[in-house]
Design a protein. Structure first.
Length: 611
């Protein structure tokens, strides 16, 4: 008998059993092939050859995203991931960890190339190391770094263009058509993360003084490549130097000087020459601004030549042409304090400080650079020329409170301010400024002390306000001039008028003493000089006159000598007191005293005492 047949097996099962080993082998080969493709097309891993020891410091970021970015799915998560990836390189590279302080909406419109300027208008770093603006992606795949973002040397603002999803996906899909599904998604995610992190790093490095590099695998190369994974060692040095200064609170001009020194200490062939020259020029402009006594950034590199031409127009007196060109420049750079400050200074000359538009222009500088004294000094000078003392004092007081902010040139700014006060004859303001500036042995202090002594205006006097000190000095000088011209009646009226404004002023009492002395009223003169000295023991003119009066009587000669010596002590430039004392010594046959005085007089005035 034939054995009974069993149930028939399905063909698919039979084939599966027969082909199973072959399928497994094929799957293995497919997996291997997929892994090879993924490995081949994955972007490079960001790395540093020599990690920096020590704990990383935190650099805060303030993020702004325009409507085009906010329309993208998962945009916040993507930005956070890309910043985290960039931070993973910066921590071992220069010891800095990036931390997002805030993410903000940014209602930006306009061309992408104008985004950096627009960002500086709407957001200031404040407590953040950088402000980063993310703008809508392009419609095509961009590779040139200048198309992918924007930044300036020592800037605090950076622009990054978002990932162009469709064109980037199409490009990568065409390169690896074998990849589908999860593998393709993961590869795209890796490219997006790498490219956006590299662009961000490139722009941050630009703000830290990095120079374009010649190797396409270095991050500071002029175009993006998936193979980029590190910075050159020379650029790393610059990044370290700049970030250390920035996080330590050093002013940009200080950092600029350090970077310039580091760049110029030795030539290096890995930098692109044109980029090297542009960066060095930009850094030197920061240094020049500091030398000029300013805290705000200089003219943008792209506008420097145009600004230089405008400056030449202004120097030649072509004010209208210069202002017109400045207005055109301000359309492109409305937030640049240096350009506004230049416009302010031109307008202070013409149409002048009294013009409302001029004052509004100068006020704009103060808004853009609130910590800088430059514009207040300029406006203060103009108001002095316009005889507006109260207005000038208000501006110069603002300047006083801001000079300490200057990274360099603070002493020069103080001396400029002190010179203005000295020119006004404002003794108290001059002395206060010298004290604030901590300028030891400043000549202006000696000049103020001499004026106080000569005209009987002791420091802290209640009879005259600081803004009236110059007027009181002028009144005393005017009265004395009338006395010396023997116009005694006019002198009497002048002193009387001044006494109504400044009653009890020792300098006016001393002028009355001089008037009485020249009119032969010696007893009255003696009493008036005593009264002046009682009110101000350092009134040198009263001391001198009292000494002359006392020398008329042999019995009071010693007292007269002491008054003259005191007059010379408080007012060393009072030549009359020296010569009168010399005559007293000669008349008394005090040869040693005369010789000592003669030697001192020769050293002081360059000639011997008259016999």
């Amino acid at each position: 008998m034939r054995p009974e047949a069993g149930p028939a097996r399905p063909l698919t099962l039979v084939l599966a059993l027969v082909l199973a080993p072959a399928v497994v082998a094929c799957a293995d080969r497919h997996g291997e092939r997929t892994a090879e493709i993924v490995a081949k097309y994955l972007p490079a891993t960001l790395e540093t050859s020599k990690p920096r020891p020590g704990d990383a410091r935190t650099a805060k970021l303030r993020i702004y995203a325009d409507p085009g970015v906010q329309a993208l799915p998962h945009w916040k998560e993507d930005i956070t991931d890309q910043i985290d990836y960039a931070s993973q390189l910066l921590q071992p590279l220069i010891g800095v960890k990036l931390a997002i302080e805030s993410i903000n909406d940014w209602q930006r419109t306009g061309e992408p190339h104008d985004a950096l300027r627009a960002l500086t208008e709407v957001a200031q770093p404040d407590t953040a190391a950088w402000v980063i603006g993310y703008i809508a992606p392009a419609n095509s795949v961009a590779q040139v770094m200048s198309d992918l973002g924007d930044a300036q040397p020592l800037g605090h603002h950076v622009i990054v263009r978002a990932w162009a999803e469709k064109p980037e996906t199409s490009l990568i899909a065409a390169q690896v058509p074998e990849l589908k599904g999860t593998e393709r998604t993961e590869l795209l995610a890796a490219h997006r993360r790498h490219k956006q992190a590299v662009v961000l790093l490139h722009m941050l490095a630009t703000t830290l003084g990095a120079i374009a590099e010649a190797d396409s695998t270095w991050i500071q190369y002029v175009s993006y490549s998936p193979k980029q994974n590190m910075f050159s060692n020379r650029n790393r040095e610059l990044l370290q130097l700049a970030i250390d200064g920035r996080l330590a609170g050093e002013a940009d001009p200080v950092v600029a000087r350090k970077l310039t020194d580091a760049i110029e200490k030795s030539a290096w062939g890995g930098w692109v020459p044109t980029s090297h020259d542009e960066v060095v020029a930009a850094l030197k402009r920061f240094v020049d601004v500091a030398r000029e006594g300013k805290t705000f950034a200089g003219i943008p590199p792209a506008a420097y030549e145009e600004f230089r031409r405008i400056s030449e127009l202004a120097k030649r007196g072509q004010t209208v042409e210069a202002l017109n060109e400045l207005d055109n420049l301000l359309i492109a750079y409305p937030g640049n304090a240096s350009i506004h400050e230049a416009k302010c200074e031109i307008m202070l000359g013409k149409p002048g400080v009294a013009d409302k538009t001029t004052r509004a222009t100068c006020a704009r500088v103060a808004e853009l650079a609130p910590g800088d004294p430059t514009v207040h000094l300029a406006v203060g000078e103009a108001l002095i020329r316009a005889k507006d003392l109260a207005g000038a004092r208000a501006e110069l007081t603002l300047a006083e409170g801001k000079i300490a902010n200057l990274p360099t040139g603070a002493e020069a700014a103080w001396r400029r301010l002190i010179g203005l006060y000295t020119g006004l004859g404002a003794l108290t303001w001059t002395e206060d400024a010298i004290a604030k500036a901590k300028l030891d042995n400043d000549p202006a202090a000696a000049a103020a002390a001499q004026t106080r002594a000569r005209y009987g205006i002791p420091r802290g006097a209640k009879f005259v306000a600081p803004d009236q000190e110059a007027n009181l000095v002028a009144a005393i000088r005017g009265a004395l001039d009338l006395i010396y011209a023997s116009k005694f009646g006019e002198a009497e009226r002048a002193v009387a008028a001044a006494e109504k404004r400044w009653p009890g002023a020792p300098g006016l009492v001393a002028a009355r003493c001089d008037l009485a002395f020249r009119m032969g009223q010696l007893a009255s003169a003696q009493a008036l000089c005593e009264r002046a000295i009682a009110a101000d023991p350092d009134d040198s003119w009263a001391l001198y006159l009292q000494g002359v009066l006392l020398l008329r009587d042999a019995g009071t000669t010693p007292a007269g000598v002491q008054k003259l010596k005191k007059a010379i002590e408080v007012d060393p430039d009072l030549g009359q007191a020296w010569r009168t004392l010399g005559k007293a010594y000669a008349r008394g046959h005090d040869k040693p005293a005369f010789q000592a005085l003669d030697k001192a007089y020769l050293a002081k005035f360059g000639q011997p005492l008259p016999p």
